[in-house]
Design a protein around this ligand. Structure first.
Ligand code: CA
Length: 431
């Protein structure tokens, strides 16, 4: 078969300017229904309710991760670096392109409520009865299994895993720049070209030339800023809480035998925990939002009200809480029942530790299950973990503990304020 397309294909891209496709396999993968579905899944879930520009899809992010990987691999090949296994080009490009193909609608919320796992779905889609698998096998029989093992992080050539999944991988580099661009939060930028020039393949992993340390500092600073400005934003957290409550309520109703006015088969199978690849691929954000719209007409007042809140952006109010005060939470729950609210759906204490983001972890030298640390390579072939040399990185490394916030619907609480105890009224500033 053709190793190269007769004519290179180009996608315009606001972050990388252009995305270049040279291999027929990549071109065909982009054209599969499973990959096209990613156009209907937003990269940042509910963040568009906080930052109205954040409508970008997992489709554009996946093309971006592919493009960064293509640039890195091409640079390694051009320089003839011996530690780069040249035969791994196609596996690397396909894994980069497909790494998010198993994401569902509003992925993080969905995973929390239903225990789905996008990484597992990614592998199931690559190995299942899909167009993607057909295209991969056409190039090479062993390709689906090899790509799935890159996704599972147990591929025999660890350097390929390090390219797609490490603390400075193509995935993170693309989403930081892309999320920054589309949210309009400009602290998120860093010098990608410079970073790409200082990456080196070295003994089965990707390391950074020591002279590139400051470019990496800027990259980690951008992670730090994006955390606090975008990923942990309390309004986004509020919208996720409302969304999770919708999923929770719908499943609870379904389990109790409630007859929905509107329930599409893939959602029923999701509630029953009986999704197969075919059903999962039908789930996207267009379908979820159509369901929420229809559910505003449901007889169940909790479900219909939650859906109205989500669609009309009447999110929960939040107040900060210095520490986790169980006594106070217990009292709130009790008083919530008194005024006709359900603490399961109308009260949530949240701390953003569940997000799959962390700024940087120096980790253990052996790596373990943690993502391996960023290593600097000096002129004599010596490696040093980056936070040993950089004061900036030392000070921002590790997951900073987020503040606790209490979320609740403001109007029903405010309108019934006189029925609440004095302490609660004081703490909610209702006096
Ligand atoms: Ca990703």
């Amino acid at each position: 078969m053709l190793r190269k397309l007769e004519e290179e294909k180009v996608f315009k891209d606001p972050v990388h300017h252009s995305v270049f496709v040279q291999e027929p396999t990549i071109w065909k993968l982009i054209d599969t229904p499973e990959f096209q579905r990613l156009r209907r899944i937003r990269q940042l879930g509910t963040s568009y309710l906080t930052f109205h520009g954040a409508e970008h899809s997992r489709f554009s992010h996946s093309l971006g991760v592919y493009e960064i990987t293509r640039k890195i691999v091409t640079q390694f090949e051009r320089n003839g670096f011996e530690d780069w296994p040249q035969e791994e080009r196609l596996v690397s490009l396909c894994a980069a392109l497909l790494h998010d193909v198993g994401h569902g609608p509003f992925s993080h919320s969905l995973e929390q409520v239903f225990g789905t796992d996008h990484e597992r779905w990614t592998c199931d889609i690559i190995l299942g009865d899909t167009e993607i698998r057909r295209v991969l096998r056409e190039a090479d029989e062993s390709l689906p299994e090899r790509i799935a093992s890159v996704i599972r992080k147990n591929y025999e050539k660890s350097i390929v895993v390090s390219l797609v999944s490490s603390q400075m991988d193509a995935d993170r580099m693309d989403y930081l720049l892309r999320d920054s661009y589309f949210t309009g939060v400009h602290y998120g930028t860093f010098d990608l070209d410079r970073i790409l020039r200082v990456l080196r393949p070295f003994q089965g992993r990707i390391v950074v030339k020591e002279s590139g340390m400051h470019a990496v500092e800027a990259y980690l600073m951008s992670r730090y800023q994006m955390y606090w400005q975008v990923y942990f934003h309390p309004v986004t957290r509020s919208s996720e809480i409302v969304l999770r409550s919708i999923f929770k309520r719908a499943r609870t109703l379904h389990e109790a035998g409630y007859r929905f006015g509107f329930l599409l088969p893939p959602l029923r199978k999701l509630f029953d925990g009986k999704l197969e690849v075919r059903d999962y691929l039908e789930l996207d954000e267009a379908m979820a939002q159509a369901a929420f719209g229809q559910w505003t007409h449901e007889k169940d007042p909790i479900l219909s009200e939650l859906c109205r809140r989500f669609l009309n952006r009447k999110l929960y109010k939040y107040i900060p809480m210095e520490r986790l005060d169980e006594t106070w939470i217990g009292e709130m729950k009790e008083q919530w029942r008194k005024i006709g609210l359900d603490p399961d759906y109308h009260l949530e204490v949240d701390t953003p530790t569940d997000l799959p983001y962390d700024v940087y972890k120096p980790g253990s030298p052996s790596g373990g299950s943690e993502k391996s640390p960023i290593l600097l390579l000096d002129d004599h072939g010596g490696l040093t973990e980056i936070s040993e040399k950089s004061e900036i990185i030392r000070s921002i490394a590790g997951l900073q503990r987020g503040k606790f916030h209490v979320y609740y619907p403001e109007e029903p609480v405010r309108s019934q304020a006189e029925r609440l105890s004095l302490t609660i009224r004081e703490r909610l500033h209702l006096q």
